[in-house]
Design a binder for this molecule. Structure first.
Ligand SMILES: Cc1cc2nc3c(=O)[nH]c(=O)nc-3n(C[C@H](O)[C@H](O)[C@H](O)COP(=O)(O)OP(=O)(O)OC[C@H]3O[C@@H](n4cnc5c(N)ncnc54)[C@H](O)[C@@H]3O)c2cc1C
Ligand code: SF4
Length: 340
């Protein structure tokens, strides 16, 4: 790994002004030419990996963990929950109000990676981590996402890759938190060096291959992810999150399903969110499954129909069709668990 400077940021303005390049932009430059960049570091779990893999060569890392606006979880006057971007995954998983309101989210976050990683990794860094695709992670393969001409996963070993939305690049979005957060209609707040901020739905902030093949989100240079906002759930809202992996811990899942259901007075489902993770370049909203559930009373037969509908539009690759029955089973169980 190349030598680099380490600094601590004290304010949003200072950090945003220094970050003239995003990590995605820095990785697109010729090896060595991105070496003047100052890059933002939170827990450093993903960033340091990329540096050790010699995919990034920054001149300096600017640590965000002492910036006060990025810290803490608090209830807002409108009843929503604000989660500072530098909150660790362990803090979020154990936060009393977050766990009471959003047990499925806290369960999802508390099940990812390992206890050691969750104690250091932040919510912001988790959402902004780069893909785990093994071709992307190797300096030997200059794929489309790094500015090359080919997606090597298309004809290569694609067993862990996307089964939806996978033309051009078949990466799967690596954030477990994102799957549950999209189902909860979370917003993100970003701030720039001039003190201007913007707020948008997390679902729109995460960018799929149609919008770009070389970045996974809409973070701009000289911009910081400040916080996430979770709307207060209605009294009849229920959510379940399930994941299936090759092993129980220390690894990313093979497939995930987050299902949030709202119910009317007569127990019919008034609104449904069905979001799939680890199967597409961004959390995948299963619209046909949502339509199947809305306006109906949930029972085992309806859950099974919704689970089948969740596969609509799937385009599995040579090695990953096994993900389809996994998705179907996860959605089926998550619908029943949310309705129980
Ligand atoms: C063995 C292992 C298993 C794992 N399993 C899972 C899993 O199951 N599920 C899962 O979701 N993840 C998993 N991970 C990934 C891990 O959770 C992420 O790498 C971690 O959450 C990244 O957070 P961080 O704070 O360390 O980010 P960093 O590495 O510090 O930063 C990541 C990126 O975000 C940018 N950044 C960070 N904060 C901000 C901010 N506030 N504003 C602007 N830019 C910012 C950085 O510049 C960088 O580009 C696993 C990792 C390992 C090593
Ligand atoms: S799936 Fe995406 S990240 Fe992986 S090789 Fe193809 S273009 Fe690169």
């Amino acid at each position: 790994m190349q030598a680099f400077d380490y600094q601590r940021a004290r304010s949003v303005a200072q950090a945003a002004a220094a970050a003239t390049s995003t990590v995605a932009q820095s990785m697109l430059r010729e090896p060595g030419s991105g070496s003047g960049d100052v890059l933002l570091k939170a827990g450093g779990i993903d960033l340091l990996d990329l540096m050790k893999q010699e995919l990034l060569q920054p001149a300096a890392l600017l640590d965000l963990r002492a910036v006060p606006e990025l810290a803490g979880i608090s209830e807002q006057p409108d009843g929503s929950l604000r989660i500072g971007a530098a909150t660790t995954l362990a803090e979020l998983a154990a936060h009393p109000l977050a766990a009471q309101r959003h047990p499925a989210l806290c369960g999802a976050v508390g099940a990812g990676a390992t206890p050691q990683i969750r104690n250091v990794a932040t919510v912001g860094g988790n959402l902004l981590q780069r893909p785990r695709c093994w071709y992307f992670r190797s300096a030997a393969w200059h794929c489309v996402r790094k500015g090359g001409e080919h997606c090597f996963a298309m004809r290569g070993d694609n067993r862990y890759h996307a089964v939806f939305d996978n033309s051009g690049c078949a990466m799967v979005h690596p954030s477990t938190a994102a799957t549950a957060l999209v189902a909860l209609d979370a917003d993100v707040e970003l701030a720039d060096a001039r003190g201007r901020s913007r707020r948008l739905a997390l679902e729109d902030f995460l960018v799929g291959p149609q919008r770009s093949l070389q970045r996974e989100n809409d973070l701009r240079p000289q911009e910081l992810l400040l916080a996430l906002y979770l709307p207060r759930p209605s009294g009849t809202s229920r959510m379940a999150y399930l994941r299936q992996g090759e092993r129980e811990s220390s690894d990313w899942p093979l497939a995930e399903a987050a299902v949030r259901l709202d119910f009317g007075a007569d127990a019919t489902c008034t609104q449904a969110a069905v979001v799939l993770g680890s199967v597409a370049p961004r959390p995948h909203r299963a619209l046909a499954a949502q339509q199947e559930l809305q306006g109906r009373r949930i029972d085992a037969a309806l859950a099974a129909r919704a689970a089948r509908a969740a596969l609509q539009g799937a385009t599995p690759l040579a090695d990953n069709a096994y993900k389809l029955p996994l998705v179907e089973a996860l959605v089926h169980r998550a619908v029943l668990a949310a309705a129980a």
